[in-house]
Design a protein around this ligand. Sequence first.
Ligand code: AMP
Length: 446
Amino acid sequence: MTFATLGLIEPLLRSLETLGYQTPTPVQAQAIPAVLAGRDLMAAAQTGTGKTAGFALPLLQLLAMEGPKVTANSVRALILVPTRELAEQVHEAVRQYAENLPLRTYAVYGGVSINPQMMKLRGGVDLLVATPGRLLDLFRQNALKFNQLQTLVLDEADRMLDLGFSEELANIYRALPSRRQTLLFSATFSDDIRLLAGQMLNDPLSIEVSPRNVAANTVKQWIVTVDKKRKPELFVHLMRKGKWKQVLVFAKTRNGVDALVEKLQGLGINADGIHGDKPQATRQRALDRFKASDVQILVATDVAARGLDIEDLPLVVNFDLPIVAEDYIHRIGRTGRAGSTGEAISLVCADEVNLLSAIEMLTRQTLKRQNEPDFEPEHRVPDTDASGQVVKKPKKPKKPKASGGGGGKRNLGKWVDSGEVAPAEPSIKPVRKVPVFNTGPRKRKP
Ligand code: AMP
């Protein structure tokens, strides 16, 4: 199969040739003809599957071939994304694909001045990539009109809900024309996403290119149990022992990012951090330096790391486990991309046992435990497995103390064969139509 047989026009084929794309990925093979035929889509596709081109290529073709010329302050296609970084990344891909087409494309997001964005929108834009909050600001200030909108794309819809954008999405939804094409992409399909899909999509075609909620199997995953207060020390120990070169590290909070970066820099380690409190320019600079290997360790919160596309990243470390289990899949999706192998190591303390259990249940695997001598935790992390069980071992009756008093080291868990995988769930369930869009606002996370 080639891109030409999928029905793409010559100017797009030329761009793809320049980019070196030879064969459509599975999500592209399914999405491109369906979008060209005007269908709504509900696609389960993880990052790294080529989903961006899957929606952007046919969208650009429709914009170039059909519909009126864009008028002042109008937009003909809108791609909503959860974060600034992803907005930049998606727009950059769109820009490359649209190189040979007479279309205007642009990206808007918060954290930077709104005035240049308002100026740019005056002439109208064929395709706009936007984060939900800034899009609404622009709309409310009459810098944007949706009367010409023909296609809406929700990219990483699960993340938008996780980040608390459900109210913004509902408001945007109310402002859009009801006759339009809608494409929804999500790595995971929770009930909230299904509600959203039921409200926004019209007879969608369901596409699934990887098993539901299963983490990339090209990534070797394991955990080390440790006491919370010793995590920084263990991180440095593992880094030196493993001679880590380029590592993306996830911490739970902004303060956690800053504290770890400070600690590493204090030890002369080349580290930088990105989180939502830092200005966009600073975040971008840290990311660029990391990509260029000028920074060895990049510590990030989930939000800030969204949209990082770094080729051949060998290692991801979860300094803290994510609060939302789906984030684990997003995090480890930063490594093992495009067929290369990667490694994901999680430092897990006793407080995090329920988070660990949720991840194992979601990814249907029992993560291997590897003990690090001299870092065995005093607060043991109970055994967990893919069934969601936290195995609390019955307390053994106390043995009478032997002379010398040495109780020996505790059993800190076991290596479990990755063959222990729970049976697969059915794939995407049919979309339910629901009368109200009530996924409800949620708290933003760091
Ligand atoms: P995405 O899942 O959209 O983030 O894409 C992941 C990476 O794959 C990006 O760096 C794309 O440029 C690249 N890519 C997408 N489609 C293809 C293709 N058909 N052939 C080669 N590379 C691709």
